[in-house]
Design a protein around this ligand. Structure first.
Ligand SMILES: Nc1ncnc2c1ncn2[C@@H]1O[C@H](COP(=O)(O)OP(=O)(O)OP(=O)(O)O)[C@@H](O)[C@H]1O
Length: 283
């Protein structure tokens, strides 16, 4: 499988008043045209990896032995070249569209503008392409939705509009950071299907960042388990049940099972030992 992304020994630290705070501590991974899941507890550094790849961390210190994206060396490339990479070749879909859509512009104009900037297309051509993209993300009445403002669309529709905006320049790599956690189950399935179709039909690479182990193991080909800034385990998703690291095993044990015994769910402590919580499993 062709390597789209190759990251070696990536370190990221945020600068604070008391010195640097390391949050990503020497991680390495590569990605081809596949679905890679990065899973781990809140604060383990998952989103920081995505932002570091896009060089969207102005206050952080980023070092690595290698950060190669296709022909582009992300470590040395200048901001002018990064503008070409961001949005056009590498897109990031965030959890909440409210933070990404500008409230004072119609949603269709925002998607069309994203296309125009990267392609240089005329306004008419950009509108046409936007309508096609809105339809591709399963928006039934694209003409009507084109003219809506962000506050007039539901969360699920907003997320699909965001996805259309990120996909319209046909990126080679998509980083989806908790793309479905704010969505109800039906819309979540639709969004996952759209992303899945893209990997299969367009051959893109997808990094799915999540703390939902069940989602990641069912959706992705390969899973990296992250804890306190480090990868503690890498597995094919179908092989996750054979995980060896105590933290991964703890995560697996903490998943509720529908139809399983009513039993207290284990919770993970910081010291990686598994304690028993008072929460009951799903009957
Ligand atoms: N801009 C920032 N300045 C300083 N510290 C930050 C900044 N952004 C994140 N951090 C810290 O870096 C650590 C990793 O954050 P990050 O958002 O990457 O974690 P995460 O695994 O994605 O968590 P979540 O699942 O909650 O989004 C956290 O301790 C967080 O507080």
């Amino acid at each position: 499988m062709a390597n789209l992304l190759d990251v070696r020994d990536l370190h990221v630290s945020y600068r604070g008043r008391k010195g640097d705070n390391p949050v990503v501590k020497g991680i390495s991974f590569s990605l081809g045209q596949e679905r890679l899941g990065i899973v781990g507890e809140s604060g383990s550094g998952k989103s920081t990896i995505g932002r570091a790849l896009l060089k969207l961390l102005p206050t952080a210190k980023i070092t690595a032995e290698r950060m190669q994206f296709g022909e582009t060396d992300l470590l040395t490339c200048r901001e002018k070249e990064m503008l070409q990479v961001r949005g056009r070749r590498m897109s990031m879909i965030l959890q909440d569209p409210k933070f990404s859509l500008n409230p004072v512009h119609r949603v269709g104009d925002q998607v069309a503008e994203a296309y125009r900037i990267h392609s240089g297309a005329s306004r008419g051509a950009a509108k046409q392409r936007t309508l096609e993209m809105l339809e591709a993300v399963q928006i039934r009445d694209p003409e009507r939705v084109f003219s809506l403002y962000p506050h007039e669309v539901s969360g699920g529709m907003g997320q699909r509009i965001m996805i259309a905006m990120m996909l319209i320049p046909e990126p080679e790599l998509i980083i989806a950071d908790e793309p479905t956690s704010a969505l109800d189950v039906t819309v979540r399935m639709q969004v996952l299907k759209i992303l899945n179709d893209l990997v299969i039909s367009k051959g893109i690479g997808l990094i799915m960042i999540s703390h939902d182990l069940n989602l990641v193991r069912n959706f992705c080909d390969r899973v990296l388990v992250m804890r306190s800034g480090e990868f503690v385990e890498e597995r094919q998703a179908r092989d996750l049940k054979n995980a060896e690291h105590p933290y991964t095993r703890g995560l697996l044990a903490a998943q509720p099972h529908i139809g399983g015994d009513r039993r207290p769910l284990p919770v993970l402590s910081r010291s990686q030992t598994i304690k028993v919580a008072t929460v009951e499993g799903t009957p």
